[in-house]
Design a protein around this ligand. Structure first.
Ligand SMILES: Cc1cc2nc3c(=O)[nH]c(=O)nc-3n(C[C@H](O)[C@H](O)[C@H](O)COP(=O)(O)OP(=O)(O)OC[C@H]3O[C@@H](n4cnc5c(N)ncnc54)[C@H](O)[C@@H]3O)c2cc1C
Length: 291
């Protein structure tokens, strides 16, 4: 199998690396220390088209597909895990769920501004009682006329505190559970009944917002059902498949950064009259990291 990247993907890597080195690296430590989302960098990323890398151009994206998206995440992960997580949640699960199962109308209305970075997305699945066991969610959506009324809460939602659009998973038929009883919705965060109740104080990736959301009598029009009624669990799992793939790419970028830092330190540090890089045990460790 040929893993050579196309000239377009190589150009994307250069673009992202330049952005990461010039804009992201200078603030990476500070945003982590200050627990601050780098909004200014999200705007710059949007201008470069980076908030829509995988999506087709007809939906406002760059058209670089999953490979391009992995390149984006790898390069961001090499410099700042927070920025990678923030952009990853926007593209890879928030906007992606709309791309995967949204109607043409929903894509035009929501995906286009998300891909162009005019709006920011979040993806709300996890609840205090439902993490790995995602099918145990309790947020309810009850049909009333031509709308659904959502009640419940979500936590650990990346970008949740400032997103414009959130895809939300809720139970529409408790008897059926994940097999036909869970539905996905597209929610605009300015709607009445949508509340941001707080944010997690984390040990790491502190330059991201990990919010707690509360829905109280939140009315969602039926045209904002994402995918088919009762099939939201599948929509969300499909989006997570892609999200996980690119988290792997971001971790690869982090590993690359660790290798680069180790080589630099091994060359710079001297002990017993020579640099660490001349000691075979250190060479082995670095070789292990590289292979
Ligand atoms: C920084 C951050 C950002 C996040 N962003 C989002 C987001 O944007 N949207 C969203 O919906 N969610 C988000 N999450 C939530 C994330 O998806 C959940 O944390 C994850 O699903 C795990 O759930 P939990 O934390 O409740 O852990 P639990 O499910 O309680 O798991 C606790 C531990 O038990 C282990 N475990 C659980 N089940 C099994 C099993 N069957 N076998 C063996 N071990 C098991 C787990 O691996 C884990 O180590 C985020 C979380 C974090 C930390």
């Amino acid at each position: 199998m040929d893993f050579t990247l196309s000239p377009e993907h190589e150009a994307l890597r250069r673009l992202v690396r330049e952005f990461a080195e010039n804009e992201v690296r200078p603030v990476a430590k500070a945003i982590d220390r200050e627990h601050r989302v780098p909004m200014e960098n999200l705007k710059k990323a949007a201008k470069l088209g980076l908030l829509g890398v995988p999506f087709p151009q007809e939906y406002g994206g760059m058209g670089a597909g999953e490979t391009g998206y992995c390149i984006l995440m790898e390069e961001l992960g090499r410099v700042c895990t927070s920025t990678a997580t923030c952009i990853g949640a926007h593209i890879g699960i928030g906007a992606m769920s709309i791309y995967l199962d949204g109607t043409e109308e929903q894509k035009r209305k929501y995906l286009v501004p998300l891909a162009q970075g005019e709006k920011i997305a979040a993806f709300a699945l996890t609840e205090p009682g439902a993490g790995s066991d995602a099918a145990a969610i309790r947020t309810r959506a009850v049909r009333e006329g031509d709308s659904y009324i959502l009640d419940g809460m979500k936590h650990f939602i990346t970008n949740g505190g400032f997103a414009d659009i959130v895809t939300v998973l809720a139970v529409t038929n408790p008897a059926l559970g994940a097999r036909g009883g869970i539905t996905a919705f597209i929610v605009e965060t300015h709607w009445e009944g949508f509340k941001v109740a707080g944010a997690a104080n984390k040990m790491g990736i502190r330059g991201t917002d990990t919010a707690e959301l509360v829905f109280e009598d939140l009315r969602v029009p039926e045209e904002n059902v994402l995918g088919r009624v009762g099939e939201g669990f599948v929509t969300f799992m499909k989006a997570l498949d892609l999200g996980r793939l690119t988290l792997g790419a971001a971790c690869l970028g982090g590993a690359q950064a660790a290798l680069e830092a180790s080589i630099a330190w091994a060359k710079a540090r001297t002990a017993f009259g020579r640099s660490l890089a001349h000691m075979q045990t250190v060479q082995w460790m670095i070789a292990d990291m590289a292979t």
